[in-house]
Design a protein around this ligand. Structure first.
Ligand code: ADP
Length: 462
């Protein structure tokens, strides 16, 4: 059986309080009960000693036994649950409560046993008799015999006191339960509400609804980071979805344009409108090559993006590699009259040389592609704290703020018209980023429209 979080939390709170209240009641009851019994026994002794003092005082004051005074003391003792008998030093009875009023004594014994039975279901106390000498100075002037229901007993006041105490415990227990219930409900609501929101959002995500983010936040750290994670997951999925749609559109567009052109050419040649001369066949062939290049790029990207991007690491001088790539671009640079400024200083690194070549080729060719004739490209390599920092900066057309966050995404091109002249299909930087990630490196970009672009790469040495 599955319970929801809210009822589970509420139940846990109630259970904890039940156990705590139960344990506290049990312990305090046992402890208090024991203490109370001890207290009653000492009270008993104190009363008896008081009685002996009173009786000896009476004898000292009156010079002999005075029945009237003994009767007052005896009746007072009876009210407190004690049946007394006073004997003189010859062992003759001077005053005896049972002789004075046996009915009252029996009544008192009955009342006390009733009290005890009302409190202890199986009380098994019995009538206890004790003897105490009555002394005046060093002389024994008589004997006091006491009788009571032992080992201890509760008179009416004692019973009221202990019952009130128990009632207070029950009330505290009940109040704690109610408090726990209210607190449990509030707390579980506070904890479960944001989690329910996250669950709802996760359901929406599974149905492909990436829309709004979860607005509620929680002051519980873990729940808050769960909300943040789900929000960022939703955001990522939303972006991925948009990119996926754009990717399909882009690929369809990229394929349709050359195919339509080839189809038109072919139709015209089949219908005999055009002659199948070399120039037209060459044009069809070029378009087919474009399609092939596109498919090749997609395959290349898929291969590079596949999870196990295997690196064949070797130690090499990264500056030398960059210099050789610059040399390969020499002709293009000359044609476009773009100048590359690079100070070749040895910087060894252990990395996948071929893949890093691809990174530099992509970045340098982009810089060249997006820089106006007469422009400059600055490349620098530095080594600080075992991190190679590589900067490729141009003073070309730059990238607008709205495009900047997306340029590393697949098939993203700032030139939406997909100008054939600028060539690329928007995967060059995606490949760069993937290779960087595989090397535990980073790539960042800063750019200003019409001012230029700066790519910064940070690579660990090994
Ligand atoms: P492409 O093959 O279209 O060049 P990339 O992934 O290499 O694709 O680059 C993505 C987009 O980023 C490019 O379409 C271009 O608009 C922009 N971009 C990349 N590098 C530069 C640069 N140095 N200057 C200006 N824009 C750039």
């Amino acid at each position: 059986m599955r319970y929801n979080l809210r009822s589970k939390l509420s139940l846990s709170y109630i259970l904890i309080i039940l156990i705590s209240v139960g344990l506290i009641s049990l312990l305090s009851n046992v402890f208090l009960e024991k203490q109370f019994q001890n207290y009653m026994i000492t009270q008993q002794e104190r009363k008896t000693n008081e009685m002996i003092d009173l009786i000896s005082q009476q004898y000292a004051t009156d010079g002999s036994w005075k029945i009237q005074h003994l009767e007052t003391i005896g009746m007072h003792a009876l009210e407190n649950g004690l049946i007394i008998k006073v004997l003189n030093k010859n062992n003759d009875t001077v005053w005896d409560a049972t002789e004075h009023n046996n009915g009252l004594c029996q009544q008192m014994i009955y009342n006390i046993s009733e009290n005890m039975f009302s409190y202890y279901d199986n009380w098994n106390g019995e009538y206890v008799e004790k003897e105490f000498p009555i002394r005046l100075g060093n002389e024994t002037i008589g004997i006091l015999k006491t009788g009571y229901l032992g080992p201890f007993y509760f008179n009416d006041d004692d019973l009221t006191f202990i019952n009130t105490l128990n009632r207070v415990f029950i009330i505290i227990g009940l109040l704690s339960l109610i408090f726990a219930f209210i607190l449990g409900t509030i707390m579980s609501k506070r904890i479960s509400k944001p989690i329910s929101n996250v669950i709802d959002k996760a359901h929406q995500l599974s149905e492909g609804k990436y829309g709004d983010v979860i607005l509620t936040s929680s002051n519980t750290k873990e729940i808050n980071s769960l909300i943040e994670s789900i929000n960022s997951l939703a955001d990522t999925l939303k972006k991925q979805e948009e990119l996926r749609k754009r990717l399909t559109q882009d690929v369809a567009h990229e394929l349709r344009t050359p195919l339509t052109s080839v189809q038109g050419h072919m139709e015209a040649m089949i219908d005999g409108i055009w002659e199948a001369d070399e120039e037209r066949l060459q044009s069809c062939y070029d378009e087919i090559l474009r399609i092939k290049r596109l498919i090749g790029s997609i395959e290349n990207l898929t291969r590079i993006e596949s999870e196990n991007l295997k690196l064949n690491k070797e130690k090499f001088d990264v500056s030398r590699l960059i210099q050789s790539i610059i040399n390969n671009f020499e002709k293009d640079l000359e044609t476009k009259s773009v100048k590359i400024h690079f100070e070749n200083m040895r910087n060894d690194i252990t990395a996948d040389k071929d893949k890093l070549s691809q990174v530099f080729i992509n970045l340098i060719s982009n810089a060249l592609k997006y820089t106006e004739p007469g422009g400059d490209i600055y490349i620098s390599v530095t080594n600080k704290d075992n991190i190679i920092k590589l900067v490729i900066q141009d003073n070309g057309i730059g990238i607008s703020d709205e495009d900047l966050p997306y340029i590393f995404e697949r098939f993203y091109r700032t030139d939406k018209s997909r100008n054939k002249e600028t060539g690329g299909i928007g995967i060059g930087l995606t490949i760069v980023k993937t290779i960087m990630n595989a090397h535990n490196g980073t790539i960042t970009v800063e750019s200003k429209k019409n001012e230029g672009t700066k790519f910064t790469i940070q690579l660990p040495l090994g």
